[in-house]
Ligand binder design. Structure first.
Ligand code: ATP
Ligand code: MG
Length: 453
């Protein structure tokens, strides 16, 4: 993508309405635009990140054996009346009437909808287990929408729903999602700590919230300090016995504020860490609650009717965009983990119109594209200072800086956003660097002409 053809409305000033760093940076980087309270348009740069996060979530759900569907955003009130939640849900639910005066609603979640699909089609125990998920916009008329996409009213969620014949089988489904969440967040370079959570109004007896640490987080969390050293990258096979793996994680103490009781805590005071965090995922097992009220039964092996055991599993896909920024930024801007970065690499032409610089920049850009890198080529007329600042603001992990003075000395600067390292390399090395497919690797330092911080 050439910057001259792109739509990147960056802001120089800090927007006053933004209270936390992720909201501030998302507005400044031209990722989103507020439409009304808690409702946003996603601009090209923001949407790219959202899509990359969505893709990772989808890949891990698919690997765990969940099947993707797409349920509507607008639901009929009837199914919610059947489950008994229509009256209970309260003001968070946006209720609508259609032209025939029928009660509709903008879905805040999809338990009813998915149970309706299941009861229509799943008649025999032989069709189980089943786990259906979708990635769809939700609407919740939050009392206090705030912090940008972190607590929106309209937000993108991945929600999965598992159906099983028994509580024991449902635990297997639950464990698969548990591991899938650890893998999903690890791919985004996030340490998400699973915490035993209250099951709340949904009821049931098993629930974990996945929380990443951030000072601005809305949840208070308490956990054993070992969590800070735990390597959560669980490279496990989804179809192995997951129980021991999960036990390994859950035996280390971690609780949300609500569940933590200081008078009855197994962790010594000096080993206990109290921090704040952001909830990025939540999984529940709630048994037969919906299958009972909505009549979702199957015939068992001996023809008897059995109620389905269900679980639901949410990930805040749009919240993750903000949460990742909370976890990874500095005073210059965003530092994207490479897996979710809107672009893999930037080529910054410091002097458009200068033939040598133009040719070199264009060569690097075309070579990058040819080797399947998502490249952003800054060919604009801004000052050098502005160009460099914008690339840091929008957090591009690798940047090649091409200028007339450098080229005279046979130098192109390679900048690594995360470490802040700037290497001076030859144009040949720059071409070689961008020619490699897959993840970029810092060039061998013995070939460097110089290194500066
Ligand atoms: P919270 O306690 O933060 O309101 P919740 O318990 O209501 O969350 P769930 O119903 O479990 O959330 O939804 C699943 C996931 O959706 C959450 O873990 C969170 O990441 C995301 N989410 C929930 N509400 C919002 C919101 N208003 N804006 C953005 N993401 C949200
Ligand atoms: Mg909520």
């Amino acid at each position: 993508m050439k910057l001259s053809n792109y739509f990147l409305p960056v802001l120089k000033e800090n927007p006053k309405e933004a209270q936390i760093v992720s909201h501030r940076l998302m507005l400044r980087a031209g990722m989103i635009q507020q439409s009304s309270a808690g409702i946003y348009s996603w601009l090209p740069l923001g949407l790219k990140v959202l899509n990359k996060i969505e893709r990772i979530v989808r890949e891990e759900q698919d690997k765990a054996g969940a099947l993707e569907v797409k349920m509507p955003t607008i639901q009929p009130a009837e199914i919610w009346k059947e489950s008994g939640r229509y009256d209970v849900y309260g003001l968070e639910m946006l209720r609508i009437k259609d032209r025939h005066n029928r009660d509709m609603l903008y879905g805040p979640t999809n338990e009813e909808q998915v149970t309706d699909i299941c009861r229509s089609h799943i008649k025999s125990y032989r069709s189980l287990p089943l786990n259906l998920y979708h990635i769809q916009w939700k609407f919740r008329d939050e009392v206090r929408p705030r912090f940008g996409v972190m607590r929106g009213r309209e937000f993108l969620m991945k929600d999965a729903y598992s159906f099983d014949l028994s509580a024991e089988n449902a635990k297997v489904a639950y464990n698969k999602m548990f591991v899938s969440y650890l893998k999903t967040f690890a791919r985004m370079e996030l340490t998400a700590i699973p915490m035993e959570a209250d099951t709340g109004p949904i009821g049931g007896d098993m629930s974990h919230e996945f929380i990443i640490l951030a000072d601005t987080g809305e949840s208070g969390v308490c956990f054993h300090k070992d969590w800070l050293e735990t390597d959560l990258i669980a490279d496990v096979d989804y179809f192995a016995d997951l129980e021991p793996i999960i036990n390994k994680f859950t035996k280390i103490y971690a609780r949300t504020e609500e569940k933590h009781n200081p008078n009855d805590c197994p962790v010594k005071k000096e080993d206990l860490v109290e921090k704040r965090g952001v909830e990025v995922g939540h999984i529940f097992y709630f048994g037969t609650k919906y299958s009972e009220t909505m009549g979702a039964t199957v015939s068992g092996p001996d023809g008897n009717s059995l109620e389905l055991h269900m679980g639901s599993y949410g990930i805040g896909v749009s919240r993750l965009v903000g949460a990742i920024i909370e976890a990874s930024h500095d005073d210059k801007g965003i530092i994207w983990p490479e897996a979710v970065s809107p672009f893999d690499i930037a080529i910054i032409n410091l002097k458009p119109g200068n033939e040598t610089v133009d040719n070199m920049s264009e060569t690097l850009y075309q070579t990058g594209l040819l080797n399947k890198h998502d490249c952003l080529y800054d060919d604009s007329d801004e000052s050098a200072g502005t160009k460099l600042a914008v690339m840091d603001l929008i957090g591009i992990p690798w940047q090649l800086v091409v200028g007339p003075r450098g080229l005279k000395q046979n130098i192109i600067e390679l900048k690594h956003r995360k470490s802040g390292r700037v290497l001076e390399i030859s144009p040949e090395m720059a071409i070689e660097f961008i020619s490699k497919q897959g993840n970029f690797i810092m060039p061998d330092t013995s070939f460097l002409r110089g290194t500066k911080k």
